[in-house]
Design a protein around this ligand. Structure first.
Ligand code: NAP
Length: 344
C-alpha cells in the first residue's frame, strides 16, 4: 500500500487591489498529496523545499491580467533552496542542495532536466546559516554588490543616500559605501531599523515616518549617489537634493507595488538635465553573471567573518508565507524575509 505525503503549497487565491491579505490573497493549501517513493521523475529530480525567499517583487507577479502574472489557484514562484530526494540526473545526487530561481512555492517539486538549468549546486559557506545563501550571501547580496560595482562610480568625499537602508539589499549597500569611507544617509521605517543603521556606521540614520525627508536631505546633502529602493516621492526628494553629476541607481519602487493606481509619479525629471544626473536601472538578472564570482570571493567571506552584518526575518513553515508576503510590503519585516521549512 503506497503511502502519500502532503505537498503543502502557497497558492494565489485572489488578486489583491492593495496590500496582499494573508488567507485572502494567498493561502497555504494542503490538498495535494504525492508518493515520494514512486512519483515518476521522467529524467528529472524530486526535491524538498528547505528555505524559501519572500521578496518584494512577488507582489508584482500577482497583478491580475498583467503579462506573466501567476494565475488564480496556482502556486507563486520565486527563489529557494531545495534538497534533492531522488534523482535521475547524473549531475545531481540525493542530498545535494540546489539554489533555484523560479521554483514553485510548494514543499516538494519535480524539476525536469531543462528546469534545472536555472538551478545552481549550492556550495554553502558552513560558517553561515543555509538561509543566508538566499539573502546577504545570495541573490539579495549580489543585487547590492553588482549594482554598486556597475553604477556607483563613487569618489572620495561623496555623499550617498540609501532608502529602505535597513532592508536586505539596502543594509549591504550602506556597508559597501562605508567601506569606502563615504558619508551615508539612510532612511528606514522604524526606530528599531534606525538603530541597526547606526550599528552599521550610517552617518545620518532617520525614520522617514517621523522625520521630514526633505529637511534631512537639504541639511545633509547634496547627494552624489542615491540608491533608490522606493521610487515615488522619495525619488523626487532625492532629485531635488542631488548634486551636479549625481548618479541614481533605480533598484526598486516599492512605494508603488501596492498602490499602482495612486502612486505618486516622479515630478522632478527636469533636474536630470539641469544637474546632469544619470539614472541607472538595475536588473539582478542582467548583472548577476558578471559579478557572481567576485561576489562569492569578496563579500561572502566578509559576511562569514562578521565584517559585513545582516539581519534575517525568519518564519517557520510554508503556512507562514502569506503573512511574510504582507510583511515585506508594509515594513513588518526586519531583515531578509525567509521561510525555513526544514533544516535537513
Ligand atoms: N532591481 C533588482 O534586480 C532588485 C533585486 C532585489 C530587490 N530589489 C528591490 O529592492 C528593494 C528592497 O528589496 P529587499 O529585498 O531588500 O526588501 P526589504 O528592504 O528587506 O523589505 C522591503 C522593505 O521596503 C520598505 N517599504 C515598504 N513600503 C514602503 C514605502 N511605501 N515606502 C518606503 N519603504 C517601504 C519596508 O522597509 P521600511 O520599514 O524601512 O519602510 C520593507 O521592510 C525593493 O524595492 C525590491 O523590489 C530589486
Amino acid at each position: 500500500m503506497p503511502s502519500t505525503t502532503v505537498n503543502g503549497r502557497h497558492l494565489l487565491k485572489n488578486y489583491p487591489s492593495g496590500y496582499p491579505i494573508p488567507g485572502t490573497t494567498t493561502i497555504y493549501d494542503t490538498s495535494e498529496r504525492l508518493d515520494l517513493d514512486t512519483v515518476p521523475l521522467n529524467g528529472g529530480v524530486l526535491a524538498k523545499l528547505v528555505v524559501l525567499s519572500i521578496d518584494p517583487y512577488l507582489r508584482n507577479t500577482i497583478k491580475g491580467n498583467a503579462p506573466g502574472s501567476v494565475q488564480l489557484g496556482q502556486p507563486l514562484t520565486g527563489f529557494g533552496i531545495v534538497k534533492v530526494i531522488r534523482s535521475e540526473v547524473p549531475a545531481h545526487s540525493t542530498g545535494d542542495y540546489l539554489s533555484v530561481n523560479g521554483l514553485y512555492h510548494q514543499e516538494y517539486s519535480i524539476f525536469t532536466k531543462d528546469q534545472l538549468s536555472s538551478a545552481e549546486l549550492l556550495k554553502a559557506d558552513n560558517r553561515l546559516p543555509l538561509s543566508v545563501h538566499l539573502g546577504a550571501a545570495g541573490p539579495t547580496g549580489l543585487t547590492a554588490f553588482a549594482g554598486w560595482k556597475e553604477f556607483a562610480k563613487v569618489k572620495k568625499g561623496d555623499t550617498v543616500f540609501v532608502s529602505t537602508a535597513a532592508g536586505a539589499v539596502g543594509s549591504l549597500v550602506v556597508q559597501l559605501a562605508k567601506l569606502e569611507s563615504l558619508k551615508v544617509i539612510g532612511s528606514a521605517g522604524s526606530d528599531e531599523k534606525v538603530k541597526f543603521l547606526k550599528e552599521l556606521g550610517v552617518d545620518v540614520a532617520f525614520n522617514y515616518k517621523t522625520t521630514d525627508l526633505r529637511d534631512v536631505l537639504k541639511k545633509e546633502g547634496p547627494i552624489d549617489l542615491y540608491w533608490d529602493n522606493v521610487g515615488g516621492d522619495t525619488l523626487d526628494a532625492a532629485l531635488e537634493n542631488a548634486s551636479t553629476g549625481a548618479r541614481v541607481i533605480i533598484c526598486g519602487s516599492i512605494s508603488s507595488y501596492n498602490h499602482a493606481a495612486t502612486s505618486a509619479g516622479v515630478k522632478n525629471l527636469l533636474h536630470l538635465t539641469s544637474k546632469e544626473i544619470n539614472l541607472y536601472g538595475l536588473s539582478y538578472f542582467a548583472l548577476a553573471p558578471k559579478y557572481d564570482a567576485e561576489f562569492k570571493k569578496t563579500v561572502i567571506p566578509k559576511l562569514a567573518d562578521g565584517t559585513f552584518k545582516y539581519l534575517e526575518d525568519r518564519k517557520f513553515g510554508l503556512d507562514q508565507a502569506p503573512q511574510a508576503m504582507l510583511d515585506v510590503q508594509n515594513g513588518g519585516n526586519t531583515g531578509k524575509s525567509v521561510i525555513i521549512l526544514s533544516d535537513d
